[in-house]
Structure formats: C-alpha cells, structure tokens
Design a protein. Structure first.
Length: 149
C-alpha cells in the first residue's frame, strides 16, 4: 500500500506517519472484506491488486503522478484497485450496489482501467462516479458507467 514506481525512480520518500498508518490499516481491512465477499458471492478465488495506495505530499505532487491537491491517497484513505476476475466497471458496479460497503466515501471507475475507492474523512458522502477522457481532458459523470479502456 506504500510502494510506488515513481517514488523509487525519483528517490521520493513515501513513508506514512502514525495517523496515515492507522488509515492504511482501515483501508486494508476494507479491501480484505471486499475480497472475501467477492469470493463468497461468486465462488471464485479473486485477487485484488492495488495500483496506488498511500502517497506522500511530495509523491502526490510529482508531475508524473498528477494527484489532486486534496487526494485521499495522502491520508492513506484511498486505493486504486483492479481485480483478477472482473473488469473495473464490474468491480465498481458490485461495490456500489452492496449495502455492506456503504462505508466508502467515493467510488470512481477511472477510465475503465481501475477503480478508485476512498474511505471517509469526517463527512461521509457515498459518491459514485465514472471518469472519462474527451480530447485529453478528464470529465466526471455522476454514476458508474461502462467505459472503454
């Protein structure tokens, strides 16, 4: 949840503090619960892959990362995930329709390539979004949609 190719390539320290570690543990529990539920519900041994978890301020600000200035990744409350048996759309749709996962703050099917999920800061929102690119510009749509990679 803290490893980053960009951090390694550019010698950027990506070490969480105590509060961020506690948040990462909360995220790890959420992902473990999701994995267990997917296995139980579909009867297949799925694997969840975390493409991006915690990001230090310096890593998040790096031009190759292009993270939001308010990114939940910097708090250890966000993960970009994929799943071995399901497309990002199917995974996001599954999470968004499960009452058990009402504890997430925001769920994004990002470009049909991965699912971004963040856990709440103090104000819970439960927002479902699809991110698409149109002529190189990101657009957010207010629901989980199936988009081409």
């Amino acid at each position: 949840m803290i490893r980053s190719d960009i951090a390694e390539q550019h010698s950027i320290e990506n070490i969480p503090n105590g509060r961020q570690v506690r948040n990462l543990i909360q995220m790890a529990w959420f992902l473990q619960e999701l994995k267990g539920d997917l296995i139980k519900h579909f009867g297949v041994n799925v694997k969840l892959y975390v493409g991006s978890g915690f990001r230090s301020l310096k890593l998040n600000s790096h031009p190759k990362m292009r993270g939001s200035q308010t990114s939940y990744h910097m708090d250890g409350l966000a993960a970009d995930i994929t799943c071995s048996h399901f497309s990002p759309f199917e995974l996001a749709q599954y999470i968004s329709t499960r009452v058990d996962y009402a504890g997430y703050d925001k769920l994004i099917n990002e470009y049909g390539r991965w699912v971004h999920v963040n856990l709440p800061r103090p104000n819970l929102r439960c927002v479902n979004i699809t991110a698409t690119k149109v002529i190189g510009e990101t657009h957010y749509l207010p629901e989980i949609l199936n988009v081409a990679k």
